[in-house]
Design a protein around this ligand. Structure first.
Ligand code: IMP
Length: 504
């Protein structure tokens, strides 16, 4: 006979946190939300790569393109660029994030002096960058001859067939610096000369990199920015269990910081085999996440047999997900996180190795995020939260005077992500596991993220926790009755916005 678990499957809504002792030290400014993205041995916490904001974005077509990846890394989190696209286009997105860094940027817009103005316009459209280095042969690291910007020509007046050499600002009229200059010195030069861009050249006059004024301001206003040791923004990418060998190779060559298998069910031999292959090929240097699982046995399988760095939890809770209806597989996200977190803590106690956990999907408000973290997740993966923002890859649409963005599941026919949902090689997708929907537009990511972070930090202060470890240890939760839920909402008051709406 089948096994029936004792407790029912529970969701985040069924819990509340009790307040703990808040001392004078427990103020938001003292709270750190740093979260490991990588397994580590006891006492070696400092060696693990950490997120500054415990958010990662779902590997979905409607979510994790390069713009969201850049915006999220600037705010301390990390995007997982989706793999339901060709290897080339996924790698190109990763490349765009890696070249878009504060500090010394390898120029991605370069032309030879004999190129036409029209070529400059086409290049600007392609890269989104209006500063074009004019170099010998148009190389990124060949002899620098000058710089062309939008200010040097009039797109609708000048003859676009004429060569850029007739319009650009030549090297002798440029302010530039030699390789070896520090970022601080470069910034000083930009400031003193009131320039937007400072080219850096090597001893032979070859272009090395560019330093931009706007990056300096960006950096100042994003103190949580997540960068690698070369000051490039951090970015992750998703893998499937089909073309992972070629995909991982290309992504690693482009400098991706972490990989994660994107699968609705990670408790599978396909994922184990793929992870073992990557470990053998690339060792422990590359960060690999696995999942999704919803119970302790799935966690043990991925950690002990496959060898992942972090484990992703959740089946069927995603806002666009219909897996539970279609296949009867899944578990309430709270039960899943609590079960896996208990297994993780036991593993840490016995083996001295900490495995970070990621709660993935179904986080429909800031309270759900707080609950997931309190229950033991180190960071959360979200789709809808990011799909709603300005930086997600989809266009804004107006419906009845309100702005929306399209949002569809990776298991929907729209995503045509055959690999993720097919079980064996040549099997075609015969039913959908996700829907094609719309979500309200919520504006730029920055402000939204800041509000969520403010709430998390405030809750942690109430609980008496200054970091994620203390939050996990100090959190005391209670299950709630239906009556408690009603009590928790507004009761016996009329809200102004409702009166106003009814009055019109
Ligand atoms: P959300 O944050 O609630 O929108 O959920 C996002 C998560 O849903 C993703 O990270 C995936 O784990 C999961 N997901 C994405 N697409 C599908 C789908 O089509 N069916 C089921 N789950 C999906």
């Amino acid at each position: 006979m089948a096994t029936i678990l004792e407790d029912i499957s529970r969701t985040f809504n069924e819990f509340l946190l009790l307040s703990g002792n808040t001392t004078k030290e427990h103020i938001p400014a003292n709270v750190s939300l740093r979260a490991p993205l990588q397994r580590f041995e006891r006492g070696k916490e400092d060696e693990a790569l950490c997120l500054n904001t415990p958010f990662v974005s779902a590997a979905m077509q409607a979510v994790s393109g390069q713009d969201l990846a850049i915006a999220l890394a600037r705010k301390g989190g990390c995007a997982f660029v989706y793999c339901s696209q060709s290897i080339e286009s996924q790698v190109e997105m990763v490349r765009k994030v890696k070249v878009h860094k504060a500090g010394f940027v390898t120029s991605d817009s370069n032309l030879a002096p004999e190129a036409a103005l029209q070529d400059a316009i086409d290049l600007r459209k392609r890269t989104g960058h209006s500063t074009i280095a004019i170099t010998d042969g148009g190389g990124a690291h060949t002899k620098l001859l000058g710089i062309l910007t939008s200010k040097d020509f009039w797109e609708f007046k000048d003859d676009l067939s004429r060569p850029v050499s007739e319009f650009f600002t030549p090297l002798e009229r440029l302010v530039y610096a030699q390789e070896g200059v520090s970022l601080q010195e470069a910034t000083e030069l930009l400031w003193e000369n009131k320039k937007e861009c400072l080219p850096i050249v090597d001893k032979d006059g070859n272009l090395s990199s560019l330093v931009f004024r706007r990056d300096y301001f960006d950096h100042k206003s994003n103190p949580d920015e997540l960068t690698d040791d070369r000051k490039r923004l951090l970015v992750g990418a998703a893998l499937n269990t089909f073309d992972y060998k070629e995909r991982a190779k290309a992504l690693i060559a482009e400098g991706v910081d972490c990989l994660c298998f994107d699968s609705s069910d990670g408790y599978s031999d396909w994922q184990k085999e793929a992870i073992q292959y990557l470990r053998k090929e690339y060792g422990n240097d590359i960060i690999i996440g696995g999942g999704n699982v919803i119970a302790a046995d799935g966690f043990q399988f991925l950690v002990e047999e496959a060898g992942v760095d972090f484990v992703k939890i959740g089946i069927g809770g995603g806002s666009i997900c219909i897996t539970r209806e279609q296949k009867g597989i899944g578990r309430g996200q709270a039960s899943a996180v609590l079960d896996v977190a208990a297994a993780r803590d036991k593993y840490y106690e016995e083996k001295g190795i900490y495995i970070p956990l990621c709660s993935d999907g179904g986080l429909n408000n800031d309270t759900h995020i707080i609950m997931a973290l309190a229950m033991g997740a180190d960071f959360v993966m979200m789709g809808k939260y990011f799909a709603m923002t300005e930086e997600s890859p989809t266009p804004k649409l107006t419906y009845k005077g309100r702005l929306y963005k399209p949002y569809w599941g990776e298991g929907s026919s729209r995503a045509r992500n055959w690999q993720r949902y097919k079980e064996g090689a040549d099997q075609k997708m015969v039913f959908e596991e996700g829907v094609d929907a719309y979500v309200p537009y919520s504006g730029p990511l920055g402000g939204k993220r800041d509000t969520t972070i403010a709430k998390i930090k405030a809750t942690m202060c109430n609980v008496g926790a200054l970091n994620m470890k203390e939050f996990h240890e100090n959190a005391v939760l209670t299950r709630v009755s239906e009556m408690t839920l009603i009590e928790g909402g507004t009761t016996h008051v009329e809200q102004l916005d409702r009166i106003q709406t009814e009055g019109t």
